[in-house]
Design a protein around this ligand. Sequence first.
Ligand code: 2M8
Length: 441
Amino acid sequence: QPTPHDIALMAGRAGYVLKANDRGRFTVASPTLYPHMWSWDAGFVALGIATVSVPRALDELRTLLTGQWGTGMIPHILFHSPSDYFPDPDRWRTQVAAARPAGVLTSGITQPPIHVIALSRILHDARRRGGGDQELAERFVLDTFPQWLAWHRYLATARDPHEHGLVEIHHGWESGMDDSPRWDAPYSRVHPGAMPPFTRRDLAHVSDPSQRPSDAEYARYLWLVEQKVLTRYDDAAYRATGDFVVGDVLVSALLAAASDLLADMGAELGADPAGIEESRAIARRFRTGVLRTVDPATGLARDLDLRTGEHLDVESAAGFAPLLCGGDDALLRRQRDLLLGPRWCGHSRLRWPVVPSVSPASPAFRERTYWRGPQWPVLNWLMAWALNRSGEQEAANALRLAGLAQLVDCDFAEYYEPLTGEQLGSRDQSWTAAIALDFLA
Ligand code: 2M8
């Protein structure tokens, strides 16, 4: 358990990391590997900053919204000054898209809709402080309500045109879990065609390449970008021809949870009643969609490959999507026990009982490789948040304490080797520092 001294140091150092990564009105995801604003990183970053400064936290979300497309889509990257990050704006070529925003360079795909969950945490912090912070946060929620609703509506319509209750993703990057074994089967059907040559830049920033996706995986990632450009970022056109179209349970569960919260906040603050009702309907549809995918044998939710109609059976943390969106008491108890049990956080070989990205008991588990097994502090935070929300304070606190113990070295790594506790990927990763601040608040 961290001592009071550890905790004071950690809070100071986490605040320092966020300050160092602050570029004025937005925060880079990490100092060298990711020198731009990433969409779901920004959500976590904002809720961490809110523990120190509510106005600066709101600025983070305000900046993110400047990148919103005419369709309502919030893009996964807002590019800042030129850097050696690849793929860069020249590769994304979003100028072919009619819906791109004016004056901001962005990528052309999405990331998980964590933002309104972050906003509700910020509002909670602001209300605890009261006064000007509370006023500012409440005004922000009301003013931006239509923009968050437009973002959720985009996911619920353009990305679920047949109303299955699952958000369709067009790239593994849209899941936030780039190389997760969740996507191995759909990626096996992605066959890169003719495209401009490219040089990876990410490998220069990690100590060994096995921590990152392989070259063969990168070729597929870039090919899907090419397919998005060829279809001018038109979702229907991509759906008709693109290689990768998958219903993502984690994105869907986050959309349901975020839509519930948007409706709750909107109702408290007097937002447009039609918008509140629309938000509740989105929450219901996607909660039902997620629960429908649960495999009765394993108790885990499963993504759906919309090209083949097959469920994807992989023991990844995304299987706990129902914990995030709620909806069935018996299932939630079963998921809580599974998550804390020997196939997951209670696995005997884990250094810390923190949520791993893939079950260490799964044949797909790779302890050093990115989203194929390492522990990602933000994922642990999400599960703790979900448990707390469903009344499981004890379980939530167990994840919180283990998560803090893992971060006691104050490196705020991007991800951790689950068996040894070694820091992997980038250091001074903004979202890792941010969730430490929230856990400490
Ligand atoms: C990672 O993804 C980017 C592409 O978006 C990359 O590997 O270059 C993922 O971990 C993603 O979830 C995260 O948002 C991003 C920035 O931290 O890095």
